[in-house]
Design a protein around this ligand. Structure first.
Ligand code: SF4
Ligand code: SF4
Length: 334
């Protein structure tokens, strides 16, 4: 019942919601602008003092995107669009930086842009914990939604998977494979450190791991319609699923679900198997992407956050995730 109220509220009351996203984005970016040791916003780097205009533009952008995402029917399309936009901006800055324009690099110290390095890098170097801390804080705030809105590589797997209309279901052993990969990455990173290989050699391992993952997207995700890279290969996705449980946000299937299966064909994360529907809860690979919300015509799938109504829980989630997206768009670079 409350879910039906959800759509009418979504259509009739966007301004306060959008203002919240604007204010949160502006606050986060202003904090970064005032407290970072070096300019983080790209405009500030070229024109000192003008970064405030970039903050205004990004905050207006966030409010606009939030309005689009509030409509559950439009949300899957806009989620993919903004996720790909972030990835394009991220890698374009890396490319321009590599071509010699240092302002487009974070510090001038290059890292391999492969998510697995968030674990492997600090284990190998025993220092520079910025990325693990950023990842952990994000996961604490919005659960595994790192892997449906914020990761610079995951967007590629999403784009590859939508080539096939209907996703296939992957075998269960994929969970064990991913755990094995996570443990192997940790072991190899420590081993490389122990035998004292150079950072260049270690980076070569990271690059090879990343290229293999891209091959999976091209050869497997495109054919299966499932984000195979993210749900079978990437160790960060596994950590996001595990530690995402620390966040109170959930997607739940209500007891009224009649298991018609309409939602199963939109989930690219293989988190809505028959068993998951019977259990009335999405599988452990759910990333809170929200694509399934609109697929249930009776709206028996919903966001939950403690005792908030599903509508308020979804709005709160969108306020956080859209603001984080805009902040990442403004400051994330290598
Ligand atoms: S599973 Fe890995 S590559 Fe995929 S979105 Fe998550 S962190 Fe990114
Ligand atoms: S169950 Fe729904 S929210 Fe979770 S990953 Fe699948 S489509 Fe996204």
């Amino acid at each position: 019942m409350h879910s039906k109220k959800q759509s009418s509220a979504a259509v009739t009351k966007p301004p306060l919601f959008q203002v919240s996203v604007f204010v949160l984005t502006a606050s986060l970016l202003s904090f970064i602008q005032l407290s970072a040791a070096r300019p983080m916003l790209i405009v500030e780097r070229f024109f000192p003092g003008w970064g405030w205009f970039e903050i205004l533009a990004l905050s207006l952008y966030a409010g606009f995107i939030a309005g689009k995402m509030l409509n559950p029917t439009q949300s899957p399309r806009w989620r993919l669009r903004i996720w790909i936009l972030f990835s394009v901006v991220f890698f374009s800055q890396l490319l321009i930086g590599l071509l010699g324009v240092d302002q487009f690099l974070m510090t001038g110290t290059l890292h391999i842009p492969v998510p697995a390095m968030i674990v492997a890098g600090p284990l190998f170097r025993a220092e520079r914990f910025f990325m693990p801390i950023l990842f952990a804080s994000t996961v604490f705030l919005v659960g595994p939604a790192w892997c449906s809105h914020l990761c610079y590589i995951g967007a590629w797997d999403a784009a590859a998977s939508v080539h096939k209309k209907k996703p296939r279901f992957m075998p269960k052993w994929r969970h064990s494979v991913r755990i094995g990969i996570l443990l192997s990455i940790a072991a190899v990173s420590l081993l490389l450190r122990w035998i004292g290989v150079s950072a260049v050699v270690a980076g070569g391992f990271g690059l090879a791991f990343g290229l293999f993952g891209i091959g999976m997207m091209i050869l497997w995700s495109r054919k299966s319609g499932v984000m195979t890279h993210c749900i079978t290969y990437c160790p960060i996705g596994l950590l996001a699923n595990w530690f995402g449980r620390l966040s109170p946000f959930r997607v739940r299937i209500t007891p009224s679900c009649n298991e018609c299966g309409a939602c199963r064909v939109v989930c690219r994360y293989n988190a809505l198997t028959e068993r998951d529907l019977q259990n009335r809860t999405p599988g452990r690979t759910c990333t809170l992407c929200g694509d399934c919300i609109k697929s249930c015509k009776d709206q028996w799938i919903e966001y939950r956050f403690f005792r908030l109504s599903p509508d308020s829980a979804r709005k709160l989630f969108l306020v956080l995730i859209v603001s984080l997206h805009a902040v990442f768009l403004g400051v994330a670079r290598i």
